[in-house]
Design a binder for this molecule. Sequence first.
Ligand SMILES: *Cc1c(COP(=O)(O)O)cnc(C)c1O
Length: 391
Amino acid sequence: MADYPVIYMDNNATTQVAPEVFEAMTPYLTELYGNPSSMHTFGGQVGNALEKARQQVATLLGAYPDEIIFTSCGTESDSTAVLSALRSFPEKRHIITSKVEHPAILNLSENLEVMTGRRYRVTALKVDSTGRIDLQEYEDALSDDTAIVSMMWANNETGNIYPVKEMAQMAKKRGILFHTDSVQAVGKVPINLAELDVDFLSMSGHKLHAPKGTGILYVRRGTPYVPFLTGGHQEGGRRGGTENVASIVALGKACEMAGARMEEENTRVKALRDSLEAGLLQSVPKSILNGDRENRLPNTTNISFEMVEGEAILLHMNLYNICASSGSACTSGSLEPSHVLRAMDVPFTAAHGSVRFSLSTYNTEEEIDFVLEKMPGIIETLRDLSPFWNG
Ligand SMILES: *Cc1c(COP(=O)(O)O)cnc(C)c1O
């Protein structure tokens, strides 16, 4: 077993640090250790590196560099955006989000009273069986009491892409702030904030071939903003705490590479995903695609194998060193099916047997072939053991 090379198809959980990214960051872990806020030249050159990274991020997103705030992760960016809006408009007591958000937004929206000491009404938009939301339901939910809308750009489990452009427009018309968790979308779909009515956007470094523990929050010029971490004057007073310089340099480099690789992501990586998906659906009986076949990320496929447990499938895949996820990484360990599949009303027998494959630029055709060779046997073995399976 240990002889199988790792086949990594879990890129929506985290990604490999790109070698070029690692190379760009290492000087800031060794000789260039100055504090970017220092007055001396030695620290100042580190400050210059931060500003270069800010420019690289801004270029990928179609933003101004001064709209980019470096944070510690996507989760921090999500919390900062939502809590900022609630503090900017303390009289407004309603927020709109969806039932398929990442726990970073879902758990926050369920704990607003604890976080703020005020009570909020939360509208979590429903989705249909393919994971799509209803724009009419959304429009009807917008009210003068709404402080912020938080809608993910792309879902981490199904890859579904949401109509952020239209939704932001509709919020803007009503004078309501709009945040999008774009952790999964950045680098996989083109984003041009100059053309959107988005006020806040979150992203994370480690989903984009930069290291874990770094993220950004985009805040549109002119959008009211209240910091989450107050302290020193870092980030123009918008986020206290000495910057994670090496990782920020890495994130900048990763953004530059993501821009250059977007085309490949949407052609070669997408073709690999499509052949994996078609092969599995064809070779494994009673397998079903979860999510929106058309409108989704190029790297993700989520497939249910009826009458088997996702965890059991993963353990068998693990014997071949094939890495994927069942449900979402945050909910595995419990036997509850993922909240995303439950929101889509995926039948119990299928929701339990879901596996998410998420690819990256580092996957190869040979890997797809190997997975396609092994998966039918894995599912058949498990079904033979199942008291519920009768072919
Ligand atoms: C991974 C992820 C997050 C959390 O990002 P971290 O940097 O791990 O905190 C938030 N939203 C989505 C959609 C994600 O996939």
